[in-house]
Design a protein around this ligand. Structure first.
Ligand code: TYD
Length: 217
C-alpha cells in the first residue's frame, strides 16, 4: 500500500498517567509541527475513528471485565491503525497520537495486573503488518510523581473510570510506564512533567527539533 515515491511519515505517541498534563503538551506539539510546516494529523486512543470513539465512551464509563477492557483497547487500535494511522503515514504525514499500546501495558498491565504476554500476543495480531511491527518512532512519556498527578486529578470535575481509581493504581501505572521506557530507550524520551509548563515546552522544543533533524537526515 505504501507509495514508494512518498517518504513514510513519522509516528509520535504521547503518554503519561492521568494528571501528567499530557493534553496541554500535546496541543503545544501540534502547534510546533504546524510551525515547522510538517504535515500531520492529531489523533487519540482509545478512539480516533467513529467506531473507536464509541468504544472509548464504553471504556471510560461502563463497568466491564478487565480482559474485556484490554481486548476493546486493542479492537479500537486495530480500527485506528487501519483507518487512520497507516493511511496517514503512507501519505507521508506525521501522526501525533494521544496514547498508544504503551498505555495498555501501563494501565491494563501495571494498573489492572494483567500479564504482559497477553498484550504481546495482541500487539502481534494488531500491529504486525507483514513482519513489520508498527510502533511509534518516538514516545514522549510525561512523568510526574503520584502526589502531583493526584492533586491535578482532584481538580477535574467529572472523573472517568480510570481517574477514579485509587492512588496505588496510578502509582503502578506510572511504574509500568517507566519500565516500558527503560526497555525501549531508543524510542522513549522521559519528560519531567512536574515542572512549569513553559520550562517543559522549552525542553520539548530542543528535544523535538533535535529528533526531527536526526530522523529526517
Ligand atoms: P485520557 O487520554 O487521559 O484522556 P482525557 O485527557 O480526555 O481524560 O483518557 C483515556 C483513558 O484511557 C486514560 O485514563 C487511560 C486509559 N487507557 C487505558 O487504560 N489503556 C489504553 O490502552 C489506552 C489507550 C488508554
Amino acid at each position: 500500500m505504501h507509495n514508494q515515491l512518498v517518504p513514510r511519515g513519522r509516528f509520535i505517541s504521547v503518554e503519561g498517567v492521568d494528571g501528567a498534563g499530557k493534553s496541554t503538551q500535546l496541543s503545544w506539539i501540534d502547534r510546533w509541527l504546524t510551525s515547522e510546516k510538517i504535515a500531520h494529523i492529531v489523533t487519540r486512543e482509545p478512539g480516533g475513528t467513529p467506531l473507536g470513539e464509541k468504544l472509548r465512551a464504553l471504556l471510560l464509563n461502563e463497568p466491564m471485565h478487565l480482559e474485556t477492557e484490554a481486548l476493546l483497547m486493542f479492537a479500537s487500535r486495530r480500527e485506528h491503525l487501519a483507518g487512520i494511522i497507516e493511511p496517514a503515514l503512507a501519505r507521508g504525514e506525521w501522526v501525533l497520537c494521544d496514547r498508544f499500546s504503551d498505555a495498555t501495558y501501563a494501565y491494563q498491565g501495571g494498573g489492572r495486573g494483567l500479564p504482559k504476554e497477553k498484550f504481546e500476543a495482541l500487539e502481534r495480531w494488531v500491529q504486525d503488518r507483514g513482519g513489520e511491527m508498527i510502533q511509534p518512532d518516538l514516545t514522549l512519556l510525561f512523568d510526574v510523581p503520584p502526589e502531583v498527578s493526584q492533586a491535578r486529578i482532584a481538580k477535574s470535575r467529572e472523573l472517568d473510570r480510570f481517574e477514579r481509581e485509587a492512588a496505588s493504581f496510578h502509582e503502578r501505572v506510572r511504574n509500568a510506564y517507566l519500565e516500558r521506557a527503560r526497555a525501549a530507550p531508543h524510542r522513549f524520551r522521559i519528560v519531567n512533567a512536574a515542572r512549569p509548563i513553559e520550562v517543559i515546552q522549552q525542553e520539548l522544543h530542543v528535544l523535538l527539533s533535535g529528533w526531527a533533524h536526526e530522523t529526517l537526515a
